[in-house]
Design a protein around this ligand. Structure first.
Ligand SMILES: [Cu+2]
Length: 169
């Protein structure tokens, strides 16, 4: 026991020696690192994909909903054990209520409404969320103002049966 303790103290003292860190600082000039970062940012940031008019409309709606939420339902994207599906995959909500899609497991997922399976007059593209949800807990929402049946699916997992139905009354 005594031997182990003194060995530990010995390595702790050795680790405190700052010689190596100081040498590294001298070798790597900070200015050029900053330059690299700036050029990286310059290449990535200034070209944001322009919002399509339909996407801009969806963003506006979501912002309003955050201020006055009337959540009817939460649908998980991916089952708790990694199943490819929406849980629950069939729900009924009242007109004007908000449905929240929350990324859960087995992502990436997205939420795409089927243009052949939404009430007439509803633009399926405008209410879809085609961007992939890549992180746990990421969410998108929809508020349905037109009664009827809405079919939707996840593009990456449509072939595995990841689809759902929302009935708005
Ligand atoms: Cu999916």
């Amino acid at each position: 026991m005594a031997a182990m303790t003194s060995t530990f103290l010995g390595s702790a003292v050795a680790a405190k020696a700052p010689v190596k860190v100081a040498a590294k600082k001298a070798v790597a000039p900070v200015a050029s690192l900053d330059g690299l970062k700036k050029s990286f940012i310059a290449n990535v940031v200034p070209s944001p994909a322009p919002l399509l008019p339909s996407q801009a409309a969806v963003v506006g709606v979501s912002t309003v909903l955050l201020a006055s939420p009337a959540f009817a339902a939460t649908i998980k994207l991916g089952g708790d054990n990694g199943e490819l599906g929406f849980f629950p995959n069939k729900i009924t909500v009242a007109k004007g209520e908000t449905v929240e899609f929350v990324n859960n497991k087995a992502f990436p997922h997205n939420v795409v409404f089927d243009e052949d399976n939404v009430p007439s007059g509803v633009n399926a593209d405008a209410i879809s969320h085609e961007d992939y949800l890549n992180g746990p807990g990421e969410k998108v929402t929809n508020k349905f103002d037109t009664p009827g049946t809405y079919g939707y699916y996840c593009e990456p997992h449509q072939g595995a049966g990841m689809q759902g139905t929302i009935i708005v009354q």
